[in-house]
Design a protein around this ligand. Structure first.
Ligand code: DSN
Length: 463
């Protein structure tokens, strides 16, 4: 297959054969042998059904729900079937602390190669100087950096949680805030981060680490401006690109790797990978690879999940393919359609639009909360999440925001006409709820279940 994308050819050229000397083949015999060990294979499922019928019943229920749902959760992408299979091959059963060639347990030769493969693909895909593929999640990657690279007197400067930051960026609600000192910058009335104001705060706070990116940032992050802000006092700069790592990998979002010392991401939010994270170094990072590795292990985690690392390797290879780049193009386009449909119906969205997969509805002046709208949409088959907005007048259990994302929709085998119709119906439902406060007076809701079923019946492309 021809591979494109910024670093596609190089990513595809990294084979386990190159790393281990063992032939890279997928012969029928080998696949048959593997299906016997794969927990997802028929034999494994039959055993599960006998061992735990309750769990199998829940799996059926979840499958049936998925057939009636449109997933517009911004923090989700559909896990690749190949990633699920990789996770079920038995690598996860290996206990081996440490890093390839330097494990604390024997029997790690094969998982060493798996980890090297994932690491090489991550470095090539993103243009990173170094990749640590062991973090159990994006949060774990962030916490490893915070605990491992900062001293007791250091301060972190990051985006405030209610303004779009993340719990693991030393939010007051996270236990890390009892160990690591933090100050936070905020977005302005336009919903955007003013990087000149961040630079001024850097001069005042003199943080050891400046963090950019977050969980509810619909606009592209200006990494170069954050670098200039960090350089005011020589702070380290870290970007958390968990939400946009697919866009970064395909060049549809600016890359942090020329500007940041450390870059973290989760692997399931946009990369179609397993639950897990990556901690990466920028091209000119002042952090040494050995220090980053020590921060993850032994600093923060023990034995990594090699099943997840195998899944990360698969997802990283897939992210270098033309089909993934095409899907990322649709992600951004569909999010723009949704933002336009909402604003066209008089529903404000934060920042007035989006550059990414994410659209943040602002319900501050509506008679209904984010939670209410989220619950009503779910009852009609549409998944989203309630989200705080800056200076939210409602409590965090209710919120005045609603966060949508278009990752799942963009990977589905649906054409633009159906997407346009669905997006208009979702926007209509939100607009009517925001205007009337009463779901009984929202005609757009009635059309949602059939549209959702139509989209859900299409399955995913390029698997
Ligand atoms: N970080 C959370 C979010 O963005 O929704 C999910 O992991």
């Amino acid at each position: 297959m021809v591979i494109a994308g910024r670093r596609g050819l190089a990513v595809d050229a990294v084979t386990s054969e190159a790393l281990t000397g063992a032939p890279d083949t997928g012969t029928t015999d080998r696949i048959a042998a593997l299906s016997a060990v794969a927990a997802a294979g028929g034999e494994g499922l039959a055993r599960l059904a006998a061992a735990d019928p309750a769990l199998v019943a829940l799996a059926h229920r979840q499958r049936e729900r998925r057939c009636r749902q449109l997933n517009l959760v911004a923090a989700a992408s559909p896990t690749l079937p190949a990633v699920l299979a990789a996770g079920a091959l038995g690598f996860g059963a290996v206990t081996a602390e440490g890093y390839p060639g330097q494990r604390y347990h024997s029997g790690a030769e094969t998982v060493d190669a798996v980890e090297r493969l994932a690491r090489a693909r991550a470095e090539l895909l993103f243009g990173a100087a170094h990749a640590n593929v062991q973090p159990a999640s994006g949060s774990a990657a962030n916490l490893a950096v915070l605990y491992g690279l900062l001293g007791p007197d250091d301060t972190v400067l990051s985006l405030e949680l209610s303004h779009g930051g993340h719990l693991s960026h030393v939010s007051g609600a996270a236990s890390v805030s009892r160990r690591v000192r933090a100050r936070h910058y905020r977005v302005g009335p336009d919903g955007l981060v003013d990087t000149d104001a961040v630079a001024a705060l850097v001069r005042e706070v003199r943080p050891r680490l400046l963090i950019c990116g977050g969980s509810a940032c619909p606009r592209a992050v200006d990494f170069a401006a954050f670098r200039r802000a960090a350089d005011e006092t020589g702070a380290l700069l870290m970007a958390d690109v968990s939400h946009v790592s697919g866009l970064v990998a395909t060049g549809l979002h600016p890359s942090p790797f020329d500007h940041c010392d450390v870059v973290t991401t989760s692997t399931y939010k946009q990369l179609r990978g397993p639950r897990g994270g990556l901690a990466l170094l920028g091209a000119r990072s002042r952090v040494r690879a050995a220090d980053l590795d020590r921060a993850v292990f032994p600093g923060f985690q023990g034995t990594p999940d090699f099943g997840a690392i195998a899944g990360k390797a698969v997802a990283l290879r897939h992210a270098a393919r033309p089909a993934f780049a095409a899907a990322m193009g649709r992600v951004v386009r569909y999010a723009g359609l949704l933002a336009d449909a909402l604003t066209g119906r008089g529903v404000p969205v934060l920042t007035g639009g989006t550059d990414t997969h994410m659209v943040l509805v602002d319900l501050r002046h509506a008679p209904v909360s984010g939670r209410y709208v989220c619950d009503v949409l779910e009852a009609h088959g549409v998944l989203a999440n309630r989200n705080p907005v800056p200076d939210d007048p409602r409590p965090v259990g209710q919120t005045s925001g609603l966060r949508f994302g278009t990752n799942d929709l963009a990977f589905r085998d649906v054409g633009d006409d159906l997407v346009t119709t669905v997006v208009a119906a979702v926007a209509g439902a939100v607009a009517e709820l925001a205007e009337t406060g009463d779901q009984a007076r929202c005609p757009s809701l009635a059309v949602l279940p059939d549209l959702v079923a139509e989209v859900a019946s299409r399955g995913y492309r390029e698997e």
